[in-house]
Design a protein around this ligand. Sequence first.
Ligand code: FE
Length: 300
Amino acid sequence: MTEVTELGYITVGVSDLAAWDEFAAQILGLEVVQGDDANVRYLRMDYWHHRIKLVEDASDDLLAIGLRIAGTLEFRAMAKQLQDAGVEVRIGSRAEAEARQVLEVMFLKDPNHYPIELFHGPLVQYDLPFHPGRRMHGVFSTHAGGFGHMMLNRAAGLEEIHAFYTLLGLRGGVEYKIPMPHLPEPVELMFLHCNTRQHTLAFGTPGEKRINHVMLEVTKMQDVGLSYDLVRRAKIPVIIEPGSHANDQAYSFYLKNPSGSMIEIGWGGREPTGQSEYYHGDAFGHTPVMSNMKGFMVPA
Ligand code: FE
């Protein structure tokens, strides 16, 4: 069976590019590169051409999830694997691959109807080392674990989503059953991994937007603290105060981005344990800021 190897890139529609320019560089520390098109920005965090592509778009939401496949042979095997399972796949043209700075790309939709781009061969620019948008103690933790993780609100059932993503080679399942005083059933959150990162994609509850949060991991704990100070100073809403997750054991906090979804800045995540387990809550902290929580479910 052929497997996805990492969360390679995402494409996000944003209504206010100027706000994102400032936010990405000065708050998150990402490198902002102007696209050929004035309506496009590339956000870099390592040697890759980009990890996040921003496109001026009123949706303020996810436009594509770029999942990496190892190489040419795996790319062909994955297309066959999906077609044999009855999943509709379209192989992208050379121009479509070049527009994404990859060697080959194929397009499909997940059960939530979110666009997936399976690709191999990203453009890696060793002649263009990452240049952070502001001071950093360390760097972003990427390479073998992909660029981070993403929690998505869901439009389909957890079983259906699990069946689809396991066909792509991701593994995992429900890891949180969070009791809610006002609900008859606990909220269930599902986490899927494909490499050394404890989870790459996670699915929460249904929501207005596709994105619940995008998590970026830093190599130094001090960069979580520095980001937190910068967020407070800029009066950007903190949605969840610093704390430590039970599943990936990362120390992190959540802030609101200019498109209204969340960014999680984390440090110290562990690798998948290889066996399933579940939790009622986190290790410590992660207190939701109730006045800023409107529109968000309970993230993990
Ligand atoms: Fe997270």
